[in-house]
Design a binder for this molecule. Structure first.
Ligand SMILES: [Zn+2]
Length: 500
């Protein structure tokens, strides 16, 4: 048995788990009712643990999204955004999100707002962006904009001076872009004006990131060609938390209209470099590292998989080759992903489960859904496995990135995925789903077999291209994003997303 992970008894036999987790009928798979019930039960039990052990009060010592109060708020907000009807202890998830973000921002204010903070996970910028979104939903517009303006002020000072000197995700400029895009995509009834302000600010920061990356690209110890490298505490990291993968993933999420010139080429070259560093589904943490044994989101193949699947979903030319690399990474994750460090997103089991889930959503190959569900089940036994010494207790055991909130996010996404898709249609199915590889667009077909039925039965929905402009609401109707609300596509209609 290795030091970092527990043996996966199903590494070579994941097909044995198909019958345990999935029901299949006429080519459509569903997560079994029994599994869904277990997931929902675990989610509720975990929320009890979290809210009874970490109270939203000034007595807490960590306000951050990564390991503190704002991470718990983020978890409840995510549940709310997925399912507005969800109740925990007779209160909506939004109410719980509000309690924790108020405690978090009170702490920040008590300690003084920093004028140059970067990052979403590790600094106050993430908390402020979360607060702005939550207050937009509670319709407290003044407070929502107070936090938006604090971020704008902080970012402008930090970038212009410049005080924000790193580019990575946790504390640097990529994290600022992530925070801004979090507002762009989640702020309730966002105005065109605010979207444009965020878009242009994002573009400026992205240009600054690219400039720094090119400047450092010639510093590799050997003659390898790296079109972009960024440094964190003197080291050139490759993974998601502090390195190339995290930065590229954030750049890829910027709406296309705000892309800096030549961003596509820059990302493609950087992606080729990064792919060349992946050997047998493994990746070193930094260019200087002597080993590649970390299998976790922050450093290693699961964080890289997030980037690769995102890139493949946006690229028609290189999709197949990128998917192949992602599959080698997920194979490593599946083998070595039951980490002893616990169930968090950063270096825990839920973070590794998301690598499998990302690949499933891209390929619709059911083995990756099964792998996600097995990791999810291992998260359910966290308490028992911690007590019997198999798992270690993290420093922040209930937090988002190190602890139980990470598993709650995973369980919530699994339940929501099922609810949204009403079963999953797979690659080899001819039903209701087609994919145009040249335009990288999925055709969305609602209830294709019925001529009169009013029942909406879409089974697979995916958006590409300017997908940030589209959304699917919980009432099974396709809506255009907020600036076009009111335009709806009813059942029995087939549409191409770009013709809406
Ligand atoms: Zn980590």
């Amino acid at each position: 048995m290795s030091k970092r992970y527990l043996q996966n008894p199903f590494y070579k036999t994941s097909e044995e788990l198909l019958l345990k987790y999935l029901d299949e009928e006429d080519g459509v798979c569903k997560i079994k009712q029994s599994s869904q019930k277990e997931i929902l039960y675990s989610l509720n039990e975990a929320l009890k643990e979290i809210t009874s052990n970490v109270k939203p009060s000034l007595g807490a010592d960590d306000y951050s999204v990564y390991s503190g109060l704002a991470g718990i708020s983020y978890t409840f907000l995510k549940i709310f955004l997925n399912d507005r009807a969800f109740r925990f202890q007779n209160q909506s998830a939004l109410t719980w999100a509000l309690k924790y973000i108020e405690a978090s921002t009170d702490m920040i204010k008590a300690n003084g707002i920093k004028k140059n903070a970067g990052g979403f996970l590790g600094t106050q910028t993430g908390c402020l962006s979360l607060a702005s979104v939550i207050y937009s939903y509670t319709l407290e517009h003044e407070r929502a904009f107070e936090y938006v303006n604090l971020i704008f002020d902080s970012v402008n000072r930090g970038i212009v001076k410049p005080n924000i000197t790193s580019e990575e995700l946790l504390y640097g400029k990529a994290g600022i872009i992530y925070s801004l895009l979090f507002i762009y995509r989640n702020f309730f009834n966002i105005s065109q004006h605010l979207k444009a302000n965020i878009g242009f600010l994002t573009k400026n920061i992205a240009e600054s990131i690219i400039k720094e990356g090119k400047k450092h690209s010639t510093t590799l110890p050997d003659s390898s060609f790296a079109p972009s490298l960024w440094f964190w505490h003197g080291k050139a990291y490759l993974g998601a938390a502090h390195g190339v993968a995290g930065i590229l993933a954030v750049l890829l999420q910027i709406p296309k209209r705000y892309w800096p010139d030549n961003l596509s080429e820059f990302i493609l070259e950087s992606l080729n470099f990064l792919s060349s560093q992946i050997k047998g589904g493994k990746l070193k943490a930094t260019t200087q590292s002597s080993n590649d044994d970390l299998v976790q989101f922050c450093h290693g193949p699961s964080g890289i998989t997030h980037l690769l699947t995102l890139a493949a979903s946006k690229s028609s030319n290189d999709r197949e080759s990128i998917v192949e690399v992602a599959k080698t990474c997920v194979d490593t994750v599946w083998q070595k992903g039951i980490l002893k460090k616990g169930v968090g997103l950063c270096h825990g089991i839920s973070g590794n489960a998301y690598a499998c889930l990302d690949l499933f959503k891209l390929t619709r190959e059911k083995q990756y859904l099964v792998q996600t569900l097995y990791f999810s089940e291992r998260c359910m036994s966290w308490k028992q496995e911690t007590l019997n010494g198999k798992l270690r207790l993290p420093d922040a055991p209930y937090s988002l990135m190190e602890g139980l909130c990470g598993a709650v996010c995973l369980w919530n996404d699994l339940l929501w995925l099922e609810k949204r898709y009403h079963g999953f249609l797979f690659k080899d199915s001819s039903k209701a789903f087609s994919f145009d590889s040249s335009s990288r667009r999925y055709w969305l077909i609602l209830n294709p077999d019925a001529t009169e039925s009013p029942v909406v039965e879409y089974t697979a929905v995916e958006y590409t291209g300017e997908e940030d402009e589209y959304g699917v609401d919980e009432y099974n109707e396709i809506i255009l994003c907020r600036e076009h609300t009111g335009v709806k596509v009813r059942s029995g209609t087939s549409v191409k997303t770009d013709s809406l």
